[in-house]
Design a protein around this ligand. Sequence first.
Ligand SMILES: [Zn+2]
Length: 132
Amino acid sequence: MDALSPEELRDIEQRLDRLEADLTGRLPGLNQEAPAPGEVQTREVGDEGDRAEWNNEKSGHGALLAHYRGQLHDIDAARERIRSGSFGICVDCEEPIPLARLQAYPVAERCAPCQERHERLYMSRRPEIDES
Ligand SMILES: [Zn+2]
């Protein structure tokens, strides 16, 4: 299999960092119930007013929060794969994921065809998806 070069991996890690910073910056209090596994960082937490607002608007923002939590989880999982050396390999077919796809979507754990198939299966029974 083709391993990514150290430069390519570093680029991916920077993309993951930016994704995470973007998510956590936009959603104060997001990490309260979803601490990143194995990662202790000091994060700015929004003031109580911000948090109450988020809690009060459950319908729309709750679904959004669940969506962003999922993304943060994906970012952590991607970092874990980088550490373990399995990053860039499709978890389903075990073929290398094209670099262009990884750069566009650094949390990808599947090649495009496998991801499509997975989403069709997974989305239909994903519990946090709003049923409305
Ligand atoms: Zn695949």
